[in-house]
Write a protein that binds this ligand. Sequence first.
Ligand SMILES: O=P(O)(O)OC[C@H]1O[C@](O)(CO)[C@@H](O)[C@@H]1O
Length: 553
Amino acid sequence: MGTPAWEALSRHHDDVAGAHLRDLFAQDPSRAREMVVDAADLHLDLSKHRATRETLRLLVEVAEAAGLRERIDAMFAGERINTTEDRAVLHTALRLPRDARLVVDGQDVVADVHEVLDRMASFADAVRGGSWTGATGQRIRTVVNIGIGGSDLGPVMAYEALKHVSDRDLTCRFVSNIDPTDVHESTRDLDPATTLFVVASKTFTTLETLTNARLARAWLVEGLQERHGLSPEDAQAAVAQHFVAVSTAAEKVADFGIDPQNMYGFWDWVGGRYSYASAVGLSLMVAIGPTAFREMLDGFHAMDEHFRTAPFDANAPVLLGLLDVWYTDLFGAETHAVLPYSQYLHRFPAYLQQLTMESNGKSVRLDGSPVRAATGEVWWGEPGTNGQHAFYQLLHQGTRIVPADFIGFVEPVQPLADPEGGAADVHDLFMSNYFAQTAALAFGKTAEEVAADGTDPAVVPHKVMPGNRPTTSILAQRLTPSVLGQLVALYEHTTFVQGVVWGIDSFDQWGVELGKTMARQLVPALTGEAGLDEHDPSTAALVARYRAGRGRV
Ligand SMILES: O=P(O)(O)OC[C@H]1O[C@](O)(CO)[C@@H](O)[C@@H]1O
């Protein structure tokens, strides 16, 4: 921004912004073949973007001027690029192969990573194989992950995505919200004797997680006594068999009462939203098994290597990140839709919300000065085809520009014949929507075409499909653990690329702190132990109403 490369891009935007995708394809039909990127097992079609090959070239120059090469190298080398927290950013080290070596502060982090992975694998095998039992000797049937943010969204997203490779004799549940109904609904039909809790919290200070863990511990201890006749002492001691922890904070885990032997650690160079390839993925590993988990890590690593080594003009995360900058800063796009054509990926948009918005929702640069352009995008989405019957109307005919990612798979995970017995199976019916939607968004339907259908002239304007709506199509053969890892790493690095161009720290999250502090301070006001005078008039009035409703006037 402010560089000659940025100025050149802005001038180029003036030239191409008015062009319709219909014209861009007419001028350059080969863009369908050439504006594509292959990264590991992912094929990305960028041809339906409101951009030309010249645009991509100029965007790459912007990235070079922003020092992207140096920033990538610094991240992979373990430099402390998260400057506001003075931390290295090394989620990529979580997926390095066993024989790699990366020394940070005199310590080979790869050896540390694999030591924890091996312990996790032994534990996962023991739970899956039935040798790790609950206090009554019964095998574990349900794993309940208690965590929030990065300690929840990654594991739950990946568990849902890879359910088809999970052990169906075991079920995972995920409790995150401090709303007590979450823990209640997640445990009410469970047997404490066959339930294992994984308390996942990087800091082990997060109010929601510790509160839910305490509620779960009380439910376990009480249930083992009432339903299984354990003495209070035995039920208390059973916590060791029914609770494990995932954290960077060993002392706090011990203070909570979880045996440090049953703690799986990670490191401060793993950000919460970048953490599910670490021990934070323990519940997932129990569900899908160590082999599939390692396949997923290999998928992450394949994308890491692509990002680290591919030239920028053939580098998927670089080009996706730059296209996001293109739309955000030059077209004024405010949101970004992610539309997986896979029901298994139904939590993927929610996962990406934390990844992208906690990372890039910033308004100051690394040096504390105000950013020079709009940053971040509001990420949202739902799986297709559900979204087609809900919000696609706005994508097709609304006045806003919403860049959208369509993620689809060639092979179905569950092969099912067409119930009518035709040539098309249900996956064909499903995927025809994936292809149709991006074509309709790009090329639309003109007034002439609508009129030619014999449409009432008064209705023609309502049926015109403007087209020129940008999309990325991401196509992979099949939703495997490896492909899931590749997809996640793709978006992690895309997020980083944007942050580098905007000059921000994509790895801190100071903006979440004030609300947490204020919530803690407000508790006495809610109970009536403290007055309301020190709060702003609006909040005081609302709390007064709440208090009255709870009989605490
Ligand atoms: O794993 P922890 O330390 O409990 O934190 C949970 C989440 O809370 C946040 O710090 C935001 O409040 C996220 O960045 C993080 O993923």
